[in-house]
Design a protein around this ligand. Structure first.
Ligand code: SF4
Length: 254
């Protein structure tokens, strides 16, 4: 089974929501910021001499409604463009391209867990050598818009713990480095930003366990509804617990 972050988060929200095909996607404004960030980062880092930041920003802002096929009848495009320009500008003040060396952008390598493949959402992976240690910086965009929810998101915690072991060239780096995961969201015209970090010398065995539990539960079709359910959900009318079905209990060691 191929699992994206959107689908795995859907399972973590509610197993039945996943079963009915639900996804926890990026809100529109965050998806816009992610697309522009990827476009600008690649251009600025690979061809920095060709681009003036402000020209590149204007070009990306002008292009995104067409690239994302946004209907002007449905969306207020000028407001989206204005808000996106403010947020992106703020984001590039936090993550200044001249401080990093690009490694991947975006990084979409599936990781095999049990019988499934999970693809983390990572917009870019950057390297920052600092004196005696290396730093790997990953930029990711979150469906949540509060720092608390972003930091408590299990998928982000797994990413920061495991990223260096997922990268194919990890042996090139010094042993005493660390990974910094920059988590980005948007609320109105405000950037919502936080970061998590993990020293490579710290224990990282936990990530495989945390990731394999929900994935094995998905593979075992453990897809029961939450009862009672307080979510506003498109599947409310069809979602009913089946009293004749016995839940599959997962082994503690699985
Ligand atoms: S209505 Fe509630 S329990 Fe049913 S699928 Fe939606 S979130 Fe899950």
């Amino acid at each position: 089974m191929m699992l994206t972050e959107d689908r795995l988060r859907a399972y973590m929200k509610c197993p039945a929501f996943f079963h009915y095909g639900g996804t926890v996607e990026l809100p529109l404004k965050t998806a816009i910021i992610e697309m522009i960030y990827i476009q600008m980062t690649l251009a600025l880092m690979k061809y920095a001499e060709r681009w003036v930041y402000q020209d590149l920003l204007s070009r990306c802002i002008e292009q995104f409604p067409r690239r994302m096929d946004l209907d002007p009848a449905e969306h207020n495009i000028p407001v989206l463009q204005k808000d996106a320009a403010i947020i992106i500008d703020e984001l590039f003040q936090v993550l200044q391209p001249k401080m990093y060396i690009p490694i991947f952008g975006p990084y979409q390598q599936p990781i095999q867990i049990s019988r499934s493949h999970f693809t983390p959402r990572i917009a870019a992976v950057l390297h920052r050598p600092i004196n005696t240690q290396d730093e790997i910086h990953a930029i990711t965009f979150s469906p949540f818009n509060t720092v608390r929810d972003m930091e408590n998101d299990l998928i982000q915690q797994i990413k920061v713990m495991a990223l260096d072991s997922w990268l194919p060239m990890r042996t090139q780096y010094k042993k005493n480095g660390r990974t910094v995961l920059h988590i980005v969201g948007a609320q109105g015209k405000d950037l919502v930003y936080t970061n998590l970090s993990h020293k490579w010398s710290e224990d990282k065995k936990g990530w495989a366990h945390y990731l394999s539990r929900p994935i094995k539960a998905i593979e075992a079709h453990y897809d029961y509804p939450i009862t009672p359910c307080a979510y506003s959900c498109p599947y409310k009318t069809i979602c009913k617990p089946d009293p004749f079905r016995t839940p599959i209990l997962l082994e503690e060691s699985s």
